[in-house]
Design a protein around this ligand. Structure first.
Ligand code: IPM
Ligand code: MN
Length: 398
């Protein structure tokens, strides 16, 4: 995408949240600061104590009533994690139901209409390869999850509560408008990825049904054999839109078969578009393909409106089992911060440079960790990456 050079100064809201959230955020901010300074990026942040379980303990809610209004003053949000704060060894810790502690996540996504959740899966050198087949090295996909409706509309109710006749309903809502914007974004992302590959002198081939090949692909996920109403709406919109993107190959998988193929032949996927819940499930699987939850970044965007703050948060949760021990791998959080810099880079070349510094240093560290040192500990890993940032800075200094 072309740099438009509009914004030159950025303010972000840092939301460490719960559990390992504050640990991985704490490990990321110094690196973000350093990479920004190297690139001459004007980046400032405020650290907010909410949303969090701790804030709930003091105030009776996860975040203030005017949270959205306050957050709308920022260019972007960088979140650690929400949920059980841990440690699980303490049975008396202040603990909320998932519905309460995780609700700000959904409130932010819906409140700012961040309708696309992007979760790339690429097996970086040095990251753990779970699949034995060595072609798994070549996994490079982007799962785009519908983030505004579908199974997550939270419409329904409980009838005859607590009686043998109790009935729960949970409505799913799929609109043509949300389907169109999601799938258009998927096609545009496929074109962008193909262009980026071309720039690097790389190419990929995706087979069409007629035997011809394309350099990019969008795979649509549904369960249209059992859930035909929305499955057919998605399919129709997909086929209509695909006419406008003749250079992109199209493919369809049912969600169950997609799970199988993510394990059997994940290197065959490029861009994958899925509903809210099916995308949620698929992206945990995709995270494992990229080396595990500790290295899987994620973001929630409104691609058609850059004036609302996107939410950048790793795919992982608050990990109460290891919270408080500084054992969490901060890599996912750092790569998530790099995604934030990529997003800023559309308007500010310095942010693209900062993203490049952060990502290259993280990759170099991963690779070095794989080759020798079995480095563990949130802060040790952060310092290891800092070492590669400093090395890069030195190499770049004339
Ligand atoms: C995620 C999480 C959330 C989701 C939960 C915590 C509500 O699993 O970001 O993938 O389902 O979207
Ligand atoms: Mn999830």
């Amino acid at each position: 995408m072309a740099n438009q050079g509009i914004r030159r100064s950025w303010r972000i809201a840092v939301l460490p949240g719960d559990g390992i959230g504050s640990e991985v955020v704490g490990a990321t901010l110094p690196l973000l600061r350093h990479a920004s300074q190297m690139a001459g990026l004007d980046l400032n942040w405020d650290m907010l104590p909410w949303p969090s379980t701790a804030w709930h303990e003091d105030n009776g809610q996860m975040m203030p009533d005017d949270a959205l209004a306050q957050l709308s003053q920022y260019d972007a949000m960088l979140m650690g994690a929400l949920g059980d704060p841990g440690p699980t060894s303490n049975p008396n810790r202040y603990l909320l139901s998932d519905g309460v502690s995780l609700s700000p996540l959904l409130t932010l996504r819906k409140g700012f209409d961040l309708w696309a959740c992007e979760r790339p899966a690429q097996l970086l050198e040095g990251a753990h390869q779970y699949l034995a087949d060595d072609r798994a090295r070549d996994v490079d996909m982007l799962v785009i999850r519908e983030n505004s409706e579908g199974e997550y509309v939270n419409q329904g109710g409980r009838l005859h509560r607590g009686t043998p006749r109790e009935t729960a309903t949970q409505l799913e809502v799929f609109t043509r408008a949300a389907t169109e914007r999601l799938l258009r974004h998927a096609f545009e992302s496929a074109q962008r990825r193909a262009a980026e590959r071309k720039e690097k002198g790389q190419t990929r081939h995706f087979k069409r049904l007629d035997g011809s090949h394309a350099t990019s692909q969008v795979c649509l996920i549904t369960k249209r054999n059992a859930l035909p109403e929305w499955g057919e709406l998605y399919t129709e919109v997909f086929e209509q839109l695909s006419q406008r993107y003749p250079d992109v190959a199209i493919h369809h998988e049912l969600i169950d078969a997609a799970c199988m193929k993510f394990v059997q032949a994940p290197w065959q996927f490029d861009v994958v578009a899925a509903s809210n819940l099916q995308g949620d499930i698929l992206t945990d699987l995709a995270a494992i393909l990229s080396g595990g939850m500790g290295v899987a970044p994620s973001c929630n965007l409104k691609p058609d409106d850059r004036s609302v703050p996107p939410l950048f948060e790793p795919t992982h949760g608050s990990a109460p089992d290891i919270a408080g021990q500084h054992l969490a791998d901060p890599t996912a959080m750092i790569l998530t911060a790099a995604m934030m810099l990529d997003w800023m880079g559309v308007e500010d070349p310095a942010a693209s440079d900062a993203a490049e510094h952060l990502r290259r240093a993280t990759e170099a560290s991963l690779k070095a960790r794989n080759e020798g040192s079995t480095l563990t500990g949130t802060d040790n890993i952060s310092q290891h990456i800092e070492h590669f940032l400093a090395q890069r800075q030195e190499a770049l200094t004339p």
